[in-house]
Write a protein that binds this ligand. Structure first.
Ligand code: ATR
Length: 275
């Protein structure tokens, strides 16, 4: 019997998740069908209910429904609770189990694929919205020397700092405060790239040993990766690796099997990012 899964978002037509999960299923010999479902902005819960009624076993949730996915879950993992957002739901007789695999996906890409250790490093996280909140805890778990969270709206960075300070060394900042520090790892978790924009980063924060990581991806280098390259960052990566790794973590939650990711990342192409 084929098991049904889906990615639910709005918009969702551009999603690469059906392709990724079809590849995971082929590779592991799992009998699943995975589709993309467009949910009306005001009908996420109803769309989930409809999919469950059709026998759906689980979904990935994307923009803008991750917060709502968290709210409708009857049980949550600690990492989904910390992120206040769920990107993966699994359905069973007991209800809706909500998880968030985004942070684990990012860290797996950085540490295992890109072979970059965070221990003792200066790390800068740009942004303080949902995408940033989902990765703070896993970043701190890798024991950076200091995690600096910078945001255009300073109060949101301050709030993240306060929320996560018991988990490790974390400070908040505005972009103006960053001059004079070199960061080993700079992660762009803002949505600025979507508008072709770049947060107001000062010059001189990258060195030839720095890894610049954009959680977004697109055709060619994002404005952030272009800036990092001009500024002399030694390594660049876009969010394709994170996308594939968060999908692998969801697949593991649903099927209990860990697919190989390297060939899938290669297949999707990392748009010239240096890997
Ligand atoms: P997401 O779920 O993608 O994180 P979000 O919660 O709306 O979306 O957060 C968007 C993030 O991108 C915020 O940190 C936002 O900064 P503000 O809190 O100051 O709004 C950041 N962002 C978006 N466009 C930006 C830009 N042009 N320059 C700097 N930061 C930007």
């Amino acid at each position: 019997m084929t098991d049904f899964y889906a990615v639910i978002g709005n918009p969702v037509a551009h999603s690469k998740s059906p392709l990724i999960h079809a590849e995971f299923a082929r590779q592991t010999g799992q009998d699943i069908h995975y589709e993309a479902i467009l949910a009306p902005m005001d009908a996420f819960a109803a769309t989930i209910a409809g999919f469950r009624a059709r026998g759906g076993k689980g979904v990935n949730v994307t923009v803008p429904f991750k917060l709502e996915a968290c709210r409708i879950s009857t049980r949550l993992t600690e990492r989904a609770e910390a992120a206040e957002a769920a990107n993966t739901l699994a359905f069973d007789a007991r209800g809706i189990f909500g998880d968030n695999t985004d942070g684990a996906g990012l860290l797996r890409d950085i540490v295992a694929n890109l072979k970059f250790s965070l221990t003792g490093k200066q790390v800068l996280l740009m942004g303080a919205g949902g995408a940033a909140r989902g990765v703070v805890l896993p970043l701190l778990e890798h024991n950076p020397c200091l995690l600096t969270v910078a945001n255009r709206t300073r109060q949101k960075a301050d709030a993240l700092q306060q929320r996560f300070s018991r988990y490790g060394n974390i400070v908040s900042a505005g972009y103006d405060d960053l001059g004079g520090t070199k960061f080993d790892l700079v992660i762009n978790a803002t949505s600025a790239s979507l508008d072709g924009k770049l947060p107001a980063l000062p010059s001189g924060i990258f060195s030839s040993a720095s890894l610049a990581y954009d959680m977004m991806y697109g055709n060619g280098h994002t404005p952030f990766l272009q800036f990092a390259k001009q500024q002399g960052a030694g390594r660049l990566a876009d969010g394709i690796g994170m996308l594939v790794e968060q999908a692998a973590e969801s697949f593991f939650l649903w099927r209990g099997l860990r697919p190989r990711t390297e060939s899938v990342i290669e297949m999707l192409g990392s748009h010239g990012a240096i890997r």
